[in-house]
Design a protein around this ligand. Sequence first.
Ligand code: HEM
Length: 509
Amino acid sequence: MELKHIVFGLAFAFVSYIVVEWQRPKEGIQEPPALRAKIPFIGHIIGIATRGLRYFGKACEGSDEPIVTIDFLVSKVYLVNKSSAVKDVQRNSKVITFDPFLDSAAERMVGVSAQGLKLLTGKEKGGGDLNRKVVKAMHPTLLGPGLDVANRNMINNLVKSVDELASLGNKSFDIYAWCKHAIAVASTDAVWGEKNPLKDPEIEAAFWDFDSHLRLLLFNVFPTIIARKAYRGREKVAAAFVKYYNEGGQHVASELAQARWKVQHESGATTEDIARLETATVLGVVSNTTPSSFWMLFDIYSRPALLTQLRDEVREHALKKNDNGEMIIDLAAMRDDCPNLLATFQEVLRTHSNGAPTRFVTEDIVLGDKHLLKKGRILMMPGMNMNYEPSIWGDDSQNFDPTRFKKETLKQRPTSFMSFGASPNLCPGRHFASGEILGLAAMMILRYDITPIGGKWYLPKFWQGAIAASMPFPAEAYNVTVTPREEFANTTWAYKSTDGKGKFPLITG
Ligand code: HEM
């Protein structure tokens, strides 16, 4: 028999086996029903390769199943499709857990050493589950007095970036690139203090290379060749953090940076490994805030009636003139007395988020007395599914309508708003991010008109290479011009933040 006959015979047997398995009726408690792709076998792989995370939302469209299985041939993934199943997942958070992804990020994303991984993961003998302890240490620093200090430092830089736009004249610029820089400077200075490594433009550029090309790095196969840009960027940022720690930068930094250093250092982690883990933290601190700021400006400026409404609201309730004639935006008043601004922010997050909070099934478990989830499988909760669920958000859930988030129109508290993730792993940085994004938007709308080149706001193509951000961002420059508004010509600006008032009443999942 010739080799080609053997190969053909094996291929035929393999395909027949798959088809028979696919069709076989199953009894008893089974894995969630399979979601069929339009193109058999490889349809889901093509979908995810061409659409990225947005594919998950698209794949589930029209399905009433609360949870489905997607077969990627080499592995199966469970996709949560309805908020009822989110609750079941949350109830079983000890078994369906986020933690293995922290470990995997430390290894694949930032290259922590084998010794460091042992400390971080805690699964191997002698390990300390340090990864979870580090995240836990961050929580209080982003809620209490630590949040107040971080907010004060953040707004000082924010106002500088907004001021700079006044001198641009008619010159056009990429507003997404501007958001990246404004947020990176304001956020990282607030967190890592006066010796912040990202102050150096070369390190900031290296970070964005790392962030934007992260997807290839995660394969962890010849990263210096396959993921060259991300790899080089990461190594530069990590080296800058080593220098930062050696110079004692952490001792003159935010509570957050100090707490992270302390818990790792006291557990015996090396400076090199702490620096590597900190490189991943920069992703958490800026990667989502940046596109969220862009979409906030995009959604407001592209809707003239909303722009007018929000301008009036901020001017009336959150703007004061001090004795020196300075215009002051009061973050606390913006939080308490500008419900339309806050509602707009949440609608921006609801409609744009394509994140899919991800969990790992650590033991076989039956979900909701109905579906068997098998040990070792990945489970994802795509925001696009729950954020648009008509039974929760109404039949007009596809429309952009901030009023759905206003207190008086919220008939019941919506569940499973996935944009900040799902408890118990809910994003601890959400208050800091909200102050920053709302503060930026409030000052921009009062001070400037923005016009896109070509005159019309258009939906950009999205960049697929980044995966740290759960909000999409433009693949190409989004060029605009700004015009300072007559109303506030020749005025100077500042922000005011009030201690104890940095927490925002956000809807969360
Ligand atoms: C608009 C901005 C932001 C958005 C949309 C966002 C979104 C998210 C999402 C979707 C998750 C995953 C939660 C899950 O798996 O259930 C997450 C986790 C996390 N975020 Fe954010 N985030 C933002 C800003 C920030 C900031 C500014 C920080 C830090 C200062 C931060 C720190 C974290 C951390 C540490 C986690 C992991 C939580 C855990 O494992 O328990 N985030 N975020």
